[in-house]
Ligand binder design. Structure first.
Ligand code: NDP
Length: 451
């Protein structure tokens, strides 16, 4: 047996790739986790003998189905939808639904796999799942989105339930979509239960759920700085995305004294050199959430800003990076540029936003680097709190939920810090998140025997 585990890592990855041909995003997510966990399990033979890693990288089940719906002109459309129920060792499946034309099995398997470890880190009893469709909500009327959601739930309702699998939102699935989906579930099953999270406040939703992923990502970053006796105050921050996660990450970063200078969408990014204020953020919130407009319209309204079509914000010098758009939005070269320009911290609001080469560059530079499965766990944590409130038939106050979120993010930070600590002054949060997330799930799997 090689001490470094590099032979075991290559042969493990070879088998994963052979079993899941062409699923490049899934391979990437498994590879990132295995770089930590293969050496770790070699030191803990009980996990190797029970083939825990092999089992953990194979979903419990995948449901694939057709969704047929009619647009406003009467034309019939056929989409494909999936629910990947990855692992329910520590609780009912839980994870978002994504509506985007790039959705495929590989993307949902990578997201479901990450979700297992993320949910474990929250300390709440939640297994991991992910689902979605290649349906594109962009440019569709509310009625078209409604008909799609109703058609999708007509099938999905057979596979979910408050003690089985509890979906939530993700890219392209916000409050509007969750409401249509939940409304259809309720109609078909005649049950009002906590079967989905991210619901509206008047029908079982939790305060702070909308804000939770973005706020949590900034709380995690603040915790990393606090460990070094520093904080977000006066830091220049680059954010990508302008959706749910990005908007509330910007809001919290401003509140903690940061100067946020960029936001983006899939068409380009805006640079506001003196930093966004609350009024400008309100404009963006309204632009994206109500009018479903493009980020370029911000630069039309505020002449202090510049718009860069077709570009990402990573060449803008900054202290803190909060990638909050999508997977693989920071390449190895872009990570190199960020490090060269003196970035101090990266806290990932999005899932797997950094390519593996970029991850390696951040780790080599020993900056504060929080991987998505830890930094963006605030969203699912508050979803867990929404489930608790639904089960108790209670609603907690904004302050109470925010305090719980802060505490959960601090606990996740501390778990990752200690599991990844390499010296007095440096913790490898990637290693920490992978090990801390893994152990709880792995021990439950060992306890169940060979299943
Ligand atoms: P939204 O749909 O609200 O926003 C997504 C944002 O990312 C939009 O600005 C969108 O721009 C941009 N974007 C999407 N795809 C691309 C792309 N291929 N290239 C460049 N920009 C892109 O989604 P969320 O804010 O909810 O999710 C963002 C990320 O956070 C995802 O990785 C998601 O998995 C992750 N996440 C979300 C959680 C949540 O609670 N919502 C929880 C944990 C993680 P455009 O409008 O042009 O498409």
């Amino acid at each position: 047996m090689l001490k470094s585990g590099s032979f075991e890592l290559s042969s493990f990855m070879e088998k994963v790739i052979t079993r899941n041909p062409g699923e490049t995003e899934f391979h990437q997510a498994v590879r990132e986790v295995s770089e930590t966990l293969v050496p770790y399990t070699l030191e803990h033979p009980e996990y190797c003998e029970a083939k825990i890693l092999e089992r953990l990288t194979e979903p419990d089940r995948v449901v694939i189905f057709r969704v047929v719906w009619e647009d406003d002109t009467g034309e019939v459309h056929v989409n494909r939808a999936w629910r990947v129920q990855f692992n329910n060792s520590i609780g009912p499946y839980k994870g978002g639904l994504r509506f985007h034309p790039t959705v495929n099995l590989s993307v949902l398997k990578f997201l479901g796999f990450e979700q297992v470890l993320k949910n474990s880190l929250t300390g709440l009893p939640m297994g991991g799942a992910k689902g979605g469709s290649n349906f594109n909500p962009k440019g569709k009327s509310d009625r078209e989105v409604m008909r799609f959601c109703q058609a999708m739930m007509t099938e999905l309702q057979q596979h979910i339930g408050e003690d089985t699998d509890v979906p939530a939102g993700d890219i392209g699935v916000g409050g509007r979509e969750i409401s249509y989906l939940f409304g259809q579930y309720k109609r078909m099953r005649n049950r009002f239960t906590g079967v989905m999270t991210g619901k509206g406040l008047s029908y079982g939703g939790s305060l702070i759920r909308t804000e939770a992923t973005g706020y949590g990502c900034v709380y995690f970053c603040e915790n990393m700085f606090n460990r070094l006796g520093d904080s977000m105050r006066d830091k220049t921050v680059c954010v990508s995305g302008s959706g749910n996660v990005a908007i509330y990450a910007v809001e919290k970063a401003i509140e903690l004294g940061g100067k946020v200078v960029t936001m983006s969408d899939s068409s380009g990014f805006i640079h506001e050199p003196d930093g966004f204020d609350y009024e400008q953020l309100k404009f963006i919130k309204n632009l994206k959430e109500v009018h479903r407009g493009r980020i370029s319209e911000y630069a039309d309204k505020f002449p202090t800003a510049s718009y860069y079509a077709g570009e990402r914000p990573w060449h803008v010098p900054c202290d803190v990076v909060l990638p909050c758009a999508t997977q693989n939005e920071i390449t190895g070269d872009e990570a190199k540029t960020l490090v060269h320009n003196g970035v101090k911290a990266v806290s990932e609001g999005a899932n797997m936003p950094t390519e593996l080469d970029g991850v390696h560059r951040f780790l080599e530079a020993k900056i504060l680097y929080a991987p998505g499965k830890a930094a963006n766990a605030g969203g699912v944590a508050v979803s867990g709190l929404e489930q608790s409130q639904n089960a108790l038939r209670l609603s907690w106050s904004r302050l109470e939920v925010d305090e719980r979120l802060k505490k959960i993010m601090k606990d996740i930070h501390d778990k990752c810090y200690w599991a990844g600590r390499e010296s007095e002054t440096y913790s490898n949060y990637v290693k920490g998140a992978n090990i801390a997330g893994f152990v709880k799930v792995a021990d439950a799997m060992l306890a169940y025997g060979i299943v």
